[in-house]
Design a protein around this ligand. Sequence first.
Ligand SMILES: Nc1ncnc2c1ncn2[C@@H]1O[C@H](COP(=O)(O)OP(=O)(O)OP(=O)(O)O)[C@@H](O)[C@H]1O
Ligand SMILES: Cc1ncc(C[n+]2csc(CCOP(=O)(O)O)c2C)c(N)n1
Ligand SMILES: [Mg+2]
Ligand SMILES: [Mg+2]
Ligand SMILES: [Mg+2]
Length: 324
Amino acid sequence: MDEFTFIDQIKQSLYKQPALVKGIGDDAAVFRQSAQDIVTAADTLVEDVHFSRALMDALYIGYRALAANISDIAAMGAAPAFYLVSIVIPDSCSDEELNDIYKGMSYAASDHRMDLIGGDTVSGNELSIAITVIGFVNRKQARLRSAAEPGDVLFVTGTLGDAAAGFHILNSNKFYKDSSYYMDRHRMPQIRSAFAKQLEPLTRVALNDISDGLANEANEIAEASHVSLTIYENQLPVRDSFEQFSEEEQHKWKLYGGEDFELLGAVPESEWEQLKSIAARNSTPLTAIGYANNRENKDHHVWLVDDSHTPKRLMKKGYTHRSR
Ligand SMILES: Nc1ncnc2c1ncn2[C@@H]1O[C@H](COP(=O)(O)OP(=O)(O)OP(=O)(O)O)[C@@H](O)[C@H]1O
Ligand SMILES: Cc1ncc(C[n+]2csc(CCOP(=O)(O)O)c2C)c(N)n1
Ligand SMILES: [Mg+2]
Ligand SMILES: [Mg+2]
Ligand SMILES: [Mg+2]
């Protein structure tokens, strides 16, 4: 299939977003927005770094690629609206696989009412999917990592370590309980977009999505907000069947696994009850895992309290590119 036939094929016949003026089909897309702030992010997924075609069908690859991007928009408290996809296609990728990647993305897009408004198609040696996402948030309401303050309650949505467990299961031929749940958490992450958008009434919330693991993301909040954080290891939410994995695996996956795309945040203690009711309305599991320390603690570190009750530093460690 040539480039032009392909573009015609992936082009939406109907667009959902009222802000769109021109979608696919010209030199660039146009949208108009005057009332809200525009939020944009980009993430690239590369074969054998972020996914393996041997382990995962093309539909999942597409779904996951867009989901990872939507997660950054959710982590800003914004509503996703548009996406652009630049894809590098190797000869080994069939037309059917390519269509399935786009189909997977369109499933994630319909879950979040998003329109595909552009991109680029290039032949190359390695399958690589670079996505740009655009969303909207009420003026000055973007939820920054730098918003945490001493005394805040630290929370996470959902359960931790599931995606890493799923990736482990996909790579193994052993029997595991609940395996399709874990594999789906890796292949089709469900983004907490509706929940994030409904945090609008809160006066202040620091948010970060967990793409690189709790340890990394918590350190990012600590550094950006100039606070130190305390996390209780025994309060970290995990799936019941998570106990089937070794202690070492559990520890590693829930703290450093990443790709759960859950939200980590900090809110004033006075707004914790309100946050709980927003989560309940959205059927979003919510757990308090610690707090932002008082100002006397002048470092900007993250402290992990385990059963020995002695805080140990939780280092900014996880999946980091170029340092392996
Ligand atoms: N190559 C780059 N050029 C310009 N800005 C970049 C580049 N890589 C990252 N950034 C910027 O650095 C900041 C942090 O990006 P980072 O990719 O670490 O966050 P993230 O997308 O939330 O995490 P992850 O990629 O693990 O999902 C963002 O503002 C991002 O736009
Ligand atoms: C084939 C394969 N190998 C390893 C992993 C694990 N992995 C890749 S990137 C990443 C963190 C986020 O990256 P980024 O910072 O680019 O968003 C993790 C945990 C995977 N998913 N697939
Ligand atoms: Mg990124
Ligand atoms: Mg992020
Ligand atoms: Mg990201």
